[in-house]
Design a protein around this ligand. Structure first.
Ligand code: DMJ
Length: 725
């Protein structure tokens, strides 16, 4: 570029500009890195001083400080030695969520070099355009089955990520070339979802790679390099690595165009929330004002911020992430308000969200906030059995159950969905109190007699007796079963008690509740006393992924059958979507001689942006690499865009069976936390949040797996100091 006859004064000036750009980039990277490192240093100092205060002895403090030093040195060394940043550019994933791919193929190396050159050229164009007041833009085009484009508005800070995305697409072989027009108008990229001829956008067929037959492959898939993100074996207490069987060892590849589209949906959802409902709980896109559902106690708790922030982080939306982080630091507090909070919802969204952010970043702010919220929930556990009430007042500590819940009962899916968060909170704070609380719940459920081996949805916290004998993998039951399996996964597969309880429950559910329709659709019925109600909630669609995840992580006589059931349930949920004209699934669907996978009652026909079906697509995709799951996810993206998108955010639908359905005017916080996250991950490769290092809480907040993930950030144990105990 700077040689030959063009090596004259103007060219020298251009080279100067390029050098300046490179210097600016390096400075930015160094700054980001130092922010990262300073967080870790601050965290280290904080943990050390907390320990010192708790022990009151200089020597003890020194010992603890040394321990803490040791604990964090691996992480710090890693960050210093590799200059490995959380964000290397806004177009990539934060590095600490991503396991490095094992090796690059020669073809990929060539493409990498080509992309590097293009990035430099982009910088040059960008600088020229800035100097001449033009917008910089890049576009990528492919031949054959895939095409991609990326255009950015503004000069380097805005245009660069998009151009880097285009370069990244080239690197991955999704596109053949990137063209760099001299000037492009300042417009946002049009949604590219109708561009590809096959809707794939991926020239290289990443989802259909040849696979070895099940008999040819190992039954165990061991995490790379001993389980650590960077190959640092952090020491699985079980003495081995996390076992996760997948059908092949292909990292899955990225579907750039689809993934970029989901990211753009997230930007749309977030920016409109920011515009019309910032700091409130949710957005009403049609009326362009805030929505405060009673599950948040009618206070302004920024539910969408806390719930959606890890998704922004995963997607590399750094500016938006920082806005959210600032809001949490300056505004988020449950002190001095008298909100009546749902223990379950507050735990899965707020505690879960903060814990994930802490695992991702090591920023002590999130640990403090997670503990702050959990402490406000603790009074709900003051019952004769230790089974918590459903609602708690943040000021008075008064707790109670819902009036409608079977004679004052607590609800299985609520008190049974606290374990992951409370156990992890104990480990990062060094305060065993939280784990003790959920362990008490576990013991009650372990020891109580289970009718037909099943868990009814209602349990009285005063008497310890079951309420109505209704069982469900949908509403009121669902995530209890999820947390049994995931508590075992989270513990590095050491919490055998949880796995046994899960396995026993699944045997009973298979026997008493899983059924096949006359036309071969697998579904999970509700059971009311002895009567099967052949209905499945949308909420129960998560169980396709659950059955598959359970099967992939343990070899036993049920394994193949459970994997088939997982696939079957996921297929049924997909059927419930494609049998509706909107291509979006109803809240509940039924099976009878007359109908299959279809809602019958008017109050079952709505869709509120729920994630469970996509969650199962994501898990099944990771475990099978069957391209159909990605295609089903993409169908859903198109349907969401067609029916749920509005100029000011996304709404649910009142009736999925109407071709032009009415919208419900609520952008649920779980749409950002779960729906868009699972869709984004569906189109990412397996190295992003690998399933043997991260386990998703029921609100899709990923938590690290102990012993397998170096971002577990365990703190030394201290005496219980919770002021809310
Ligand atoms: C989410 O808040 C969680 O997934 C919960 O477990 C059930 N329902 C919603 C989303 O549908």
């Amino acid at each position: 570029m700077c040689s030959g006859k063009f090596f004259r004064m103007p060219t020298l000036a251009i080279c100067g500009v390029v050098l300046t750009i490179i210097l600016v980039c390096i400075t930015g990277i160094t700054l980001t890195n130092s922010i990262n490192i300073s967080n870790i240093v601050k965290l280290r100092e904080k943990v050390a001083s907390d320990s010192a205060a708790a022990n009151g002895g200089h020597q003890a403090a020194q010992t603890r400080a040394a321990l803490v030093e040791q604990q964090y040195s691996t992480l710090q060394q890693h960050q210093l030695s590799q200059s490995d940043l959380n964000y290397i550019s806004a177009s990539t994933h934060p590095k600490n969520l991503q396991r490095p791919l094992q090796q690059q193929l020669p073809q990929q190396q060539q493409q990498q070099q080509k992309a590097n050159k293009i990035v430099i050229e982009i910088g040059l164009r960008s600088a020229n355009d800035s100097a001449s007041g033009k917008a910089a833009s890049g576009s990528a085009s492919g031949s054959g089955s895939g095409s991609g484009s990326a255009s950015g508005s503004g000069n380097m800070p805005l245009g660069m990520p998009h151009m880097l995305e285009a370069a990244e697409a080239l690197m991955e072989g999704n596109v053949d070339s990137i063209s760099l027009p001299a000037a492009v108008p300042l417009v946002a990229a049009a949604p590219p979802f109708e561009k590809s001829t096959n809707g794939n956008g991926n020239k290289r067929s990443t989802g259909n790679s040849p696979r070895s037959s099940p008999t040819e492959q190992s039954n165990e898939w061991r995490s790379t390099g001993g389980g650590g993100v960077n190959g640092n074996d952090t020491g699985n207490p079980r003495g081995g690595n996390i076992v996760m069987d997948i059908r092949d060892h292909n990292p899955g590849g990225i579907q750039f165009e689809r993934r970029a589209h989901v990211k753009q949906m997230m930007e749309h959802a977030w920016h409109n929330y920011k515009l019309y409902a910032w700091g409130k709980n949710e957005l009403r896109p049609l009326s362009q004002r805030p929505h405060s559902g009673s599950i948040f106690g009618s206070y302004d708790l920024g539910a969408t911020i806390v719930d959606g922030l890890d998704t922004l982080y995963i997607m590399g939306l750094e500016n938006e992430y920082r806005e959210g982080r600032d809001w949490i630091e300056r505004k988020f507090s449950l002190d001095n308000i008298s909100a009546e909070l749902s223990v379950f919802e507050t735990n899965i969204r707020f505690v879960g969200g903060m814990l994930t952010l802490y695992a991702f970043t090591g920023d002590p702010l999130y640990k403090e906030k997670a503990q702050h919220v959990a402490d406000k929930l603790l009074p709900a556990f003051q019952t004769p059995t230790g089974i918590p009430y459903a609602l708690v007042n943040t000021k008075s500590g008064m707790a109670k159950n819902y009036g409608w819940a079977s004679g004052g009962s607590s609800i299985l899916s609520e008190f049974g969905t606290l374990h992951l968060e409370f156990a992890y909170l104990s480990d990062i704070t060094g305060n065993p109190l939280y784990r003790e609380r959920v362990q008490t719940i576990r013991q009650v459920l372990k020891e109580i007699e289970k009718p037909k081996g099943l868990y009814p949805n209602f349990l009285n916290p005063k008497t310890g007796k079951w309420g109505q004998l209704h069982m469900s993998l949908g509403a009121l039951g669902d995530s209890y079963y999820e947390y049994l399996l995931k508590a075992w996964l989270q513990s590095g597969q050491t919490d055998e008690e949880a796995r046994e309880m899960y396995d026993e429950a699944m045997v009973a559910i298979m026997d008493k509740m899983v059924r096949t329709s006359p036309n071969g659709l697998t579904y999970v019925s509700d059971l009311k006393f002895d009567r099967l109600e052949h209905k499945m909630d949308h909420l129960a669609c998560f169980s396709g992924g659950l059955f598959a995840l359970g099967a992939a992580t343990r070899q036993n006589e049920h394994r193949d059958k459970y994997m088939e059931v997982g696939k079957g349930i996921t297929n049924t949920c997909h059927e419930s979507y494609i049998r509706a004209p909107t291509q979006l699934g109803p809240e509940a669907f039924r099976f009878s001689d007359a109908v299959e996978a279809r809602a019958l009652r008017s109050q079952e026909k709505y869709y509120i942006l729920r994630p469970e079906t996509f969650e199962s697509y994501f898990v099944l995709w990771r475990l099978t690499h069957d391209q159909k799951y990605r295609d089903w996810g993409w169908e859903a993206v198109l349907a969401l865009e067609k029916h749920c998108r509005t100029p000011h955010g996304y709404c649910g639908l009142r009736n999925v069976y109407q071709p032009e359905p009415q919208k419900d005017d609520v952008q649920q916080s779980f749409f950002l936390a779960e729906t868009l996250k699972y869709l984004y991950l569906l189109f990412s490769d397996d190295s992003v949040l690998p399933l043997d290092e991260w386990v998703f809480n029921t609100e899709a907040h990923p938590l690290p797996i102990k012993g397998a993930n170096q971002y577990y950030r365990q703190a030394p144990v201290t005496l219980p100091v919770s002021n809310a105990s």
